[in-house]
Design a protein around this ligand. Sequence first.
Ligand code: OSB
Ligand code: MG
Length: 368
Amino acid sequence: MKIERVNLYHLRMPLVSAFETSFGRIQSRDCILLEAFTDGLVGYGECAADRDPGYSYETTGTAWHILEEFIVPAVLGLELTHPSELHRRVAHVRGHAMAKAGLELALWDLWGKLEGNSLRAMLGGQRGSVEVGVSVGLQSSPQRLVEVVNEYLEQGYQRIKIKIKPGRDIKDAQAVRRAFPDIRLQVDANSAYTLETATALKPLDMLDLLLIEQPLSEDDLWDHSRLQTQLLTSLCLDESILSVRHARQALEMGACRVINIKPGRVGGLTMAHAIHDLCHSQSIPVWCGGMLETGVGRAANLALASLAGFTLPGDISASDRYYKVDITHQRFALNPDSTITVPTEPGLGVSIDHSALKSFTIKNLTLS
Ligand code: OSB
Ligand code: MG
């Protein structure tokens, strides 16, 4: 497939409710939608970088710059034999995984449409639907948190993740556990602790959590391995795992026992698949993380999570948990068994609502 033209759209979409983590609070979500053209077909990708560099150094602004100046020019007019070829084409661009993942996704969508294959089929996914949970942001008090968790449980979510930070950890987790003794529960610190302050997390071992996600810095595999020896609960790494090599080293070091795989964070679906394969070969459980994606990124995450090694529920909630209006015609709903159905139409299996897209666009650019 020859990439003839790529459009970038900087979107700003209001969230149904504010989302607060240890790195900040947002009321709306920024991202970049990519539209790639070949042979009269169009493919869509989503770059998950947010407005602020809180989760990652990448932002909508840096991703825009890197896509415009380096990544898109590296493939424009080129005959590509497969989406996975993008990595070699942009090997000269250091880092900027989310920018790369955004374009790669548009190539997967195009490739699937050209070949008449769904993303699930192309990746080798096994399941028709995938188990999902919900990621609950920091709330004003433990009581309020319990109310919010209860609302999600009533909607049918069978796995709850709560965000924690120093001073808002044990009491929050205890309150949820006391209110709901049997639910599958996990916590995510988004790097808010050091090895020293993480001693405060020791009481979490009493709460029968599925895992503790990313307590320490993203560049701190070593201290995660030391912390894991001090905790019974499995550590799970998110921010720290940017490549297959990181995954291998983290596992060799004992820095975690579970890995959260996000296509954006690792540079796309090809790398996400490779990390899955490594973990699967070692019987290490993985699950698909989320970045408050639109229907475009959500469709991709569902296809990825249908691979055999994704044995824990993903942070892939229904569309109405995030957006009242989305940019895809398809809205993803929660099935009664806390799963979401994986799309089976060619490519991502979604179509774009162009009037919604237009209403959320704050900037756009054509590259050809
Ligand atoms: O750390 O998993 C995270 C959202 C944005 C950035 C980082 C994270 C998250 C979430 C939400 O936890 C997951 C989702 O529902 O999309
Ligand atoms: Mg996380």
